[in-house]
Design a protein. Structure first.
Length: 58
């Protein structure tokens, strides 16, 4: 899979939209379970999103 990078905005409800091409490439579908990780320090934090089978979070 190719590295993908995108910019998106957080809406008023704190939600972000994942573009269709990224969802298609990663197999994300409505209702999918994802794991969101925040890593880094106060100087630089990163958010990583992993797809998961329902109920299978590490």
């Amino acid at each position: 899979m190719a590295l993908m990078r995108l910019l998106t905005k957080v809406d008023e409800e704190g939600k972000i939209k994942i573009p269709k091409n990224v969802a298609r490439e990663t197999g994300l579908k409505p209702g999918a379970t994802v794991e969101v990780k925040v890593t880094g320090t106060a100087q630089g934090q990163f958010i990583t999103i992993h797809t998961r089978k329902k109920g299978h979070l590490r």
